[in-house]
Design a protein around this ligand. Sequence first.
Ligand code: PSV
Ligand code: MN
Length: 387
Amino acid sequence: MTSLTSIASALAAQAIELPSWAFGNSGTRFKVFGSPGTARDPFEKISDAARVHKHTGLAPSVALHIPWDLVDSIADLKKHAEDNGVTLGTINSNTFQDDDYKLGSVTHSDPKIRQKAIDHHFACIDVMHETGSRDLKIWLADGTNYPGQDDMRARQDRLTDSLATIYERIGTDQRLVLEYKFFEPAFYHTDVPDWGSAYAQVSALGDRAMVCLDTGHHAPGTNIEFIVMQLLRLGKLGSFDFNSRFYADDDLIVGAADPFQLFRILSEVIRGGGYGTPDIAFMLDQCHNIEKKIPGQIRSVLNVQEMTARALLIDGDALAAAQEDGDVLAANGIVMDAFYTDVRPALGAWRESRGLPADPMAAYAASGYQEKIEAERVGGTQAGWGA
Ligand code: PSV
Ligand code: MN
């Protein structure tokens, strides 16, 4: 097996983008629980995200969601991020919380609603120019609940037209990243349900249009690492939204539900040349409903790092030889040996060698930051999922 020391420099290439919305209160359809110290505005969300980077060195950028993170001065927010040692990353559009979008946004049959949704994306692109963001990430809640409710094909055509209009507006150094999801909030069909549909749409747009793979957006049992392989092979994997799920789009801590799946996904990323290149944004898309948010994000990025380290340990040469020989058990054994390696002590030492705490969870707990925000952030309205 590949040695732990030989993967040290590869580990240094890891950068995971945090979602601003993970630092607000969120919940289920039944209840959103408040928690002491929760950020009350985008500035406090960024401050909290920066603590994750401070203790892990893994999370140098923060994705924004518009309009949730709109502030009077984006320039001030950008400066605040930089003062805290992080940058502003992907801009996520939101066409799922306005009454006008009940029956769709960019696919709506009414041209006025479609234009409203397109204009929102133009506004997001304006924000990107101010933040210096590369990626505009589009997830659409568009879809229908009942057979016959709308013409699926006409909606697909309208989607193509709307995306083309948005794509024309992005800068030459920017990208449009389209996220698919097979259900929810629409339950009969969604207009971008799967990687193939997203791939067809972005391929029609051009080189700077890519697919975003949210790990929670597949039917149970889907072989997600196959999709990773295929999109990498096709040169169209633009970003990940990492999270984990037991049943639906649970948005739980990545690697919590199925660490082996996370390992398999990261193995395909590495195998396909998607690791250590800026071409793929490794984002989290999670909510922390019952656990503390900052340590929840620290745990998440550590889980990604841990499974990346294990995946880097796969002996590619030995694996290729076993595959060539048709040695089924040897090939599988090479992969499983890497997966079962406990890399935590070595990662602790690796962190210390880089001036980071060996145990970022403990370092955060000892830092006093949680107590400080719980004492200071009294009054005002806590940010929620959606604000
Ligand atoms: C939709 O479920 C989604 O995964 C999209 O990425 C949204 O932008 C995000 O969740 C909102 O939390
Ligand atoms: Mn997502």
